[in-house]
Design a protein around this ligand. Sequence first.
Ligand code: HEM
Length: 419
Amino acid sequence: MKTASAPSTTNLVRLDVQRELDRPESRADPYSAYARLRRLGPVLRWRSGFSDTYVITRHQDVVSLLRDPRIANDRRSVSGRGGAPAGRWWMPAIMKLLINSMVMKDPPDHRRLRTLVQKAFTPARVDDLGDRVEQITADLLDAAATKPVIDLVADLALPLPLTVISEMLGVPEPQRVEFRALLARVLDPNSAKLSGFIRNYPHMLRLNRFLRRLVRLRRQQPGDDLVTALVQAEEDGDRLGEDELISMVFLLLFAGHETTVNLIGNGVLALLQHPDQLQLLRARPDLIDTAIDEMLRFTNPVGTVSPRFVREELDIADVRIPRGSTLTLLLASANLDDAAFPDAHRFDITRTPNRHVGFGLGPHYCLGAPLARIEARAAIPALLQRFPDLRLAIPPESVRWRSNMGLRGIESLPLRTSA
Ligand code: HEM
């Protein structure tokens, strides 16, 4: 990507990317909206809140930046002050737990936390869940099957990941109903972001207290669950402190919920809008794995990663980006880039290879990818098998999207289950 000439940022197109992507026509057709952004340039400028950011639109640049050690997740790493706990004296303790999560950290802190959590969140632990995830799906579909019109989001996509993570964490049976109700409030994807946070604050405090009691319980009575594994995870005599452990559980809950809801919701919608692909998957259920990758690529449950910060001046596509700059990496735009995916605007459940960045890439690659896959692999085929005549109960243009930029998902999806 380096060039010999002196690259310049002066002639970059400036626009409000968020506004552009949240326009009704962009929500209805993000494919054309992202294509427009890529045509405007590989690097755009956007004033987002108080910060000026460089927006990266092409697949090749997003991929290389996600792996580039000159890019930081913690703004303070640019000035060499990364590492100390983030937060200001006036911030509530919960907010400090959230902003000190591993996704906001750089090496060596990030490596240390990731190694410890990986000891607990192993692919084997996730694989063992397969049968249980299928059972939970079957129970949810049994309950939904009594209605002529189901809401895919409320009846399946939302409760499935919620139930799975509650069981994984090792919440004792008598408290699971209370815990799930608490999670449903705290993680409600349909509550507006800022006002939702304020309204939910008392529930966050309750969740914090609940989790701390659970950690204490699992220290005294270890079980075969994720909290016990996090409590016991050890590397060279190092362990997670209690705040680190709670911050990690919060991260797993927040990073893993709405994202999975969006994958199941958006994925089923894409199938219903592409009847040839739906028919193909019904005929060839063995295509489910490539279908899930295509759903990640084409429907973009996560459209953008958290902001990145430039530690050392670098060149991207003939543009010199100064040290200290903020970058917005548009995963969704990368995933729809014709230069990386032949016929990128076609939804093709047999697509191979499929080098999408739906789970990110590099050191922060999604830790929960195997769990998300297991849940989608259980939910989508079971839904199709249970309802051979499944179809949209509303016109496609009435589908309401929650957001189009960060997490991209639908509010609800009414489906008719019989002919
Ligand atoms: C379809 C579902 C999912 C999608 C599309 C998704 C996507 C992503 C993406 C794009 C990142 C990278 C963030 C970055 O680089 O800033 C990420 C990180 C992460 N995800 Fe997921 N995710 C999903 C499900 C899950 C689940 C189920 C869990 C756990 C229960 C999870 C836990 C995490 C964690 C802990 C990280 C941070 C990793 C790190 O900083 O090292 N995700 N995810």
